[in-house]
Ligand binder design. Structure first.
Ligand code: HEM
Length: 487
């Protein structure tokens, strides 16, 4: 990577903006795991300086040991503007409070957990299976990433808003607000690499990507505010006479509205529709794309490695209860606990293709990283999780190979523990992903249902590469043919 006079490293960055994650992995390999990226020298374009690292010692330092010195920073809020004041862009007390609220929801709320399990299983049985049956019967190709994005979007909307947008059905409806979400992600990644003054000028003039972002943002917000309004109405009616089946449909908005009722107009709830909008937006973002991306890369890796597929199938046959009707082989989360090899294959997928490929931090005070790199106050730091999964120093010479076996104990009994500052797919330290368990549950229910019921054949010559988005989608999707598995 060359630092040119005046323009700094900007030309190299722009030249490699397509394929930015692989480019970062290569540069970091050549620079020993950490690099200082110099932006243009001209003052008006100066905000492009940052440090990128994939060094586990630096990652542990930033995410754990010296956590207090690294926050998301005001710049994160500016770049990730549509997140509002939700958990992802909050620091300090607001973050602590939002984290506590979500932990108490998933940790202690029996109704929410039951609702979550029921929702995942029902959407697999009544939306995914009919769509895949249809594709298999019609002998057509299908874009699997789109199927997963639709499925996980419907699931997360049900869990968060209590609304099923039914984006996954045999006619693959065009859903404007679902597409709007993709646009938001794409433009936010562009904001990471373009000079701040450039995209801010675009925003001010409402041209280019910024115009697209504004439009998509409005579409998605309209959907969210409508959902909140109708949920409020339901909530008012519901509190008069709670029915058993309503408790069984206990979504996140309902839980937060209950909390709001208890606390009144204080703290986070002071401007409550905005708080609920930010919360919903953050959780839909957290839950849809990450899980959808994980499933897409998993099926591509498994489909390209027949030996791994055979081992997963063998393990499922040995461990899962027999269903009388193989057509509805949808299992409940408890039944999937013993699938160690499947778990290993998922960890291996997340290592090579972490759905969140970069994490964005800023130093509060000046600091020196364990690698010796010095940071000024408010220095931006990007942690390249994508590069970390491809480092020989962590994973050995075969780091680019898909080998679930590396995750299995030598006695064959369980999963090898890899510290989170080395296996960073779910982040590390106090800001570790709060949805890790939910994600594994969801992915396992979906993956087992597909693998047991269908054979997937990846369409040859279809290009496969990661997208330039803040979530690691497949740029051209995953085309497959599907047939029913016969027993
Ligand atoms: C395979 C799926 C997933 C992966 C790989 C993943 C990964 C991550 C990562 C890397 C972060 C740190 C982001 C940052 O600090 O900027 C994070 C945070 C978070 N995740 Fe996940 N996530 C997944 C699924 C989910 C799901 C399904 C939920 C909830 C429904 C969820 C909820 C959260 C929340 C609330 C945070 C913020 C934690 C905090 O800042 O304290 N995630 N996740």
């Amino acid at each position: 990577m060359t630092s040119w006079p005046v323009v700094g490293m900007l030309p190299d960055l722009l030249k490699n903006i397509n394929g930015i994650h692989d480019y970062a992995a290569e540069v970091l390999r050549n620079f020993g795991g950490t690099i200082e990226v110099k932006g243009p020298a001209a003052y008006c374009l100066a905000n492009l300086d940052f440090v990128v690292t994939s060094d586990p010692a630096n990652v542990q330092h930033i995410l754990s040991t010296n956590f207090a010195n690294y926050n998301k920073g005001p710049e994160f809020k500016t770049v990730f503007e549509p997140l509002g004041d939700g958990i992802f862009s909050s620091d300090f007390d607001s973050w602590k409070l939002q984290k506590k609220m979500f932990q108490s929801l998933i940790g202690h709320n029996k109704h929410f957990n039951l609702f979550m399990h029921k929702t995942i299983q029902q959407k697999v049985a009544h939306a995914l299976i009919p769509v895949l049956d249809h594709v298999a019967k019609s002998a057509i190709q299908v874009e699997l990433q789109d199927v997963f994005q639709r499925l996980t979007f419907d699931i997360v909307c049900l869990l968060v808003l209590g609304i099923d947008p039914v984006t996954l059905s045999v006619d693959f409806p065009k859903v404007e607000y679902q597409k709007a979400f993709d646009v938001l992600e794409e433009i936010i990644l562009q904001r990471h690499v373009l000079p701040e003054s450039f995209w801010k000028l675009q925003r001010w003039l409402q041209i280019g990507g910024e115009r697209k972002l504004r439009k998509a943002w409005k579409v998605f917000d309209d959907f969210l505010y409508q959902s909140i309004t109708s949920k409020r109405q339901q909530f008012i009616n519901r509190s008069k006479n709670i029915q058993e089946d309503e408790i069984a449909n206990f979504d996140m908005l309902t839980a937060y509205m209950e909390e709001e009722e208890k606390q009144g107009q204080v703290g986070l709830f002071r401007n409550s529709d905005k708080f609920l909008r930010d919360t919903a937006f953050n959780f839909i973002g957290a839950g849809r794309d990450t899980v959808g991306a994980c499933l897409t890369w998993f099926f591509w890796l498994v489909g390209s490695n027949p030996i791994v597929e055979t081992k997963i199938l063998q393990e499922m046959k040995e461990n899962l209860p027999t269903r009388n009707d193989q057509n509805c082989a949808v299992f409940c989360p408890k039944e999937l606990n013993n699938l160690v090899y499947l778990h290993a294959a998922l960890c291996e997928t997340l290592r090579l293709y972490p759905p969140v490929p970069i994490n964005h931090k800023a130093s509060v005070e000046a600091d020196t990283l364990p690698s010796g790199h010095r940071l000024k106050p408010k220095n931006r730091v990007l942690l390249s999780f994508y590069s970390m999964g491809r480092m020989e120093e962590i994973w050995g010479k075969d780091c680019l190979e898909f080998k679930p076996e590396r995750w299995i104990n030598s006695n064959g009994g369980g999963i090898v523990y890899v510290p989170p500052y080395k296996f960073t797919a779910f982040n590390a330290g106090p800001r570790t992903c709060l949805g890790k368990d939910i994600s594994f549950i969801q992915v396992k229910v979906i993956a087992t249902a597909i693998l047991l019921n269908y054979r997937l054949k990846i369409v040859e010559k279809h290009p496969i590469s990661p997208s330039n988005s803040i979530v690691l989608h497949m740029k051209h999707g995953l085309m497959v043919r599907i047939s029913k598995r016969s027993y």
